[in-house]
Design a protein around this ligand. Sequence first.
Ligand code: TEU
Ligand code: CA
Length: 650
Amino acid sequence: MHPVVPDVRINGIRSNTMFTSNSRIKELFDTPFGYDVIETILYMTGKDISLIKNPIVGNIKLGSLVSLSKGMLDDAFIDTLVRILNRETKRHECSKNTVDQKWWKSAVFYQIYPRSFMDSNGDGIGDINGITQKLDYLKGLGIDAIWLSPVYDSPNDDNGYDIRDYEKIMEEFGTMADFDRLLFEVHRKGMKLIMDLVINHTSDEHKWFKAAISDKSSPYHDYYILRPGKNGTYPNNWTSVFGGGAWNYYESVNEYGLHIFSKKQMDLNWESEALRKELYGMVNRWLDKGIDGFRLDVINLISKDPQLPMGSEAIASLVGAVGYEHTFYGPRLHEYLKELRAETFAVHNAFSVGEGAGVGMEVAKQITAEGRKELDEIFNFEQLDNPGEGRYDDYEYDLRYLKPLLSKWQLEYGNDCWPALVFENHDNPRMPGKVSNDQIYRDKISKLILTLMLTLRGTPYIYQGQEIGMTNSRFRELSDLRDVESINKYNKLVSLGKTPKEAMKTVSKGTRDNARIPMQWDDTDHGGFSSSDPWIACSPDHHICNVLEQIKREDSTYSFTKALIDLRHKNETLVYGEYIPVKTDNDTFCYIRKLGSTSFYIEINLLGTNTKRKKDIIKDKYTMMLCNYDKHDELLRPYETTIYLIGEEK
Ligand code: TEU
Ligand code: CA
């Protein structure tokens, strides 16, 4: 059982570890969650830490925030905050020991979204044999490990993130024999393969769910979060991340089932030990096949507060879904992660990277610090949008925000935690399109982002197409969209009074389909992806941006990526070296990576205008290793990124 929060007041004195509404703002700093919340607020509002250090602010009692916020926050909010603060009351103390070397720390990962990568049989849908055909391409680029988005049997309400059968391959993607061959070939070529593990929810077509709603006394009933209504309506006010309420009604049992994502993605009840055992068995069967690990989908959501308390509207206006505060860092999350690891990954020495949307750095430490034996790495997504903006918002991404954010993770994440470096994935529009629609800078920006990923400390996850600088598409009408989340979003906007054109403008910008258009292999009709019409339209952009053309061209994004990977492979300094920030103005991001007597200097212009170089580049001492311009210049040019090896002065 999870620990029960003990009485928080002993003889009227606050015990060392427990929080109440009488705790003061400055005390939040002691806890991982409190620290993250304060950091996020400061980051979003552009304020710095001195605000909290100010005794007037620091001494404010949490309970007083209700009246101070003029109705923005309520007692329930403070109550929830206190509850989460008490979950882990001490921040993790990072180790300063030398970093423990692991294959996944030095590996360059590549994410494949199978539906859009390569279609081998001409039905317009990417498949497993298509991936196998392209392994030499990946090997040629220098990729060490592949993360495969879900390939399990699924009705595809959310493109495979709604699993119907964990132990079967989706028919459209091929067979288990195809998968085995892929795994064999990946290993034969000296690469690793990790799979996506979606164990927060299953499809409503999964046999467990069907049994669960057929009969309340079925042993599977307890596998899901099925509850009777309250006062003639839903069990609580939670909403789905994909829009609308989070509950479906099932007449057969006269109960409601929880779904944080689509109506067909039913949340599993991790409180059930039988369910957990069942999941571990399945995970172990995959690991027995020899796969090298997993990327764990929305893994921070698996523990829900079992009371299912009402969600705060105030929080919902910030995070997008009502009730998220009761699910994103639940009471038993750490316990479940430890158990999952011990029962599965630890037995097979397998790698685990979790997806942790909304998880800040301090909570991330609790999840990934080596000694705690939970996960190896966690994805956080703060870098994907500017503070206060979301992917549907109409704004131009300002790269300058990256510097304080990335620097913080580089300097403070500790030697017993290892960052994951992600800028693109199947859930977000592409970076070059976000920063600037100006074609002249597209390749500079792509190369800039890749430089960050391959020269900062952490494991880089390149998303398919990122290596050629693929960009966002245009979706003109509803029928162009495929993603359930954006279709819901469109319908909601129209129901709120937007014209179809206005709604499409917003949705087209932020839709996840931007990242899901077919991989651009060449400039033929379907971009070399398929011999027939693909399941989602290709972008005409494949005529100017494709693998075939870029492989041949020395100054292409592809060639740059390959050279970057090669540089990293040949220089441990870029993997394990110390990160040393170089103090400059906000418009440039410069740092050194140093290991033993080897140092690299990385110089990046975050703006689309010329500026002065920030350091004297002594000719004899600095050897230019890579640059996104063809020759060196006195000025640091728009979005320029240059990597130098620093040697002894000659
Ligand atoms: O994503 C979860 C997640 O938090 C997102 O980034 C999500 O796509 C976004 O918030 C929606 O508004 C994971 C998968 O990566 C995503 O493709 C799935 O749809 C989702 O989980 C549900 O399985
Ligand atoms: Ca196919």
